[in-house]
Write a protein that binds this ligand. Sequence first.
Ligand SMILES: [Fe+2]
Length: 294
Amino acid sequence: MLIAQITDTHVVKTGGRAYGDQVDTNGMLRQAIARLNAFAPRPDLVVITGDLVDHGTPEEYAALKTLLLELELPFYLVIGNHDDRATLMAELDYPHLSGVGPFVQYVVEPYPIRLIALDSTSDEHHRGEFCEQRLAWLSDRLAEQPDRPTIVALHHPPFDTGIVTMDALGPGWADGLNAVLAGYPNVLRVLCGHVHRSIQAVVGGRLMNVCPSTAHQVNLDLAAGAPNPARLAEGFFEMEPPAFQLHRWDGQTMVTHTALIERYRLVAPISREMMEAMATRGDLREMRKKDLVF
Ligand SMILES: [Fe+2]
């Protein structure tokens, strides 16, 4: 099974751009969708881990719906702190969101991997939040199928990344979440967004994975202490190449790949002679002479 992940699409109203007209988030999502549609082998599904839109307005969700019409793969949406829970639920009528509430949490069952989407957002602030109600729901869902390979997806990573501007998530907000997950080694990955970079951490023996954004990336500032106002005044985001991730499950191991949205030129074409030489595993010295070693 192949699970594609994109995140932090920050869609704005049709015709607009984000961050003072600087970032064409809608156009960049369209490029990401084209890349996913063309990818072979075809992913079984796409999970989009939050900050679906930039300001949580009806116009932005309308633009998101229009863009997602181009996505030819099944997709599942996770809420992020830029989203507005009530507006999202009112404007998006996808089957996987029907009957969901009061939080945007649901389970996707019909695949070899079980997907559990969580809502780590607050109506009051941009930080991560995971209350007792949401925690109890997660505990119940995990207890239903404790041996089945499962992926948990939520917007805020439940660990500190070292990027202090993004780590101000509130002390211990994810302690309960991590304590529950610790009891379920069948959870193969925790898929996150929010930090707009490729980041991995092992928490409680479990690989947690932050996916880069389809648009702007967060500047990689690992300086300790309070955020540097002079540095932030230069720009909080950096237009590094946008990317997506693929989580591949072969029934035994889950492997995560990070891939750039843009394609780059191919080099080192392999001839039929090279393929035969590699297949027969010929003499290493002879293969080196012919430049047949990879
Ligand atoms: Fe974001």
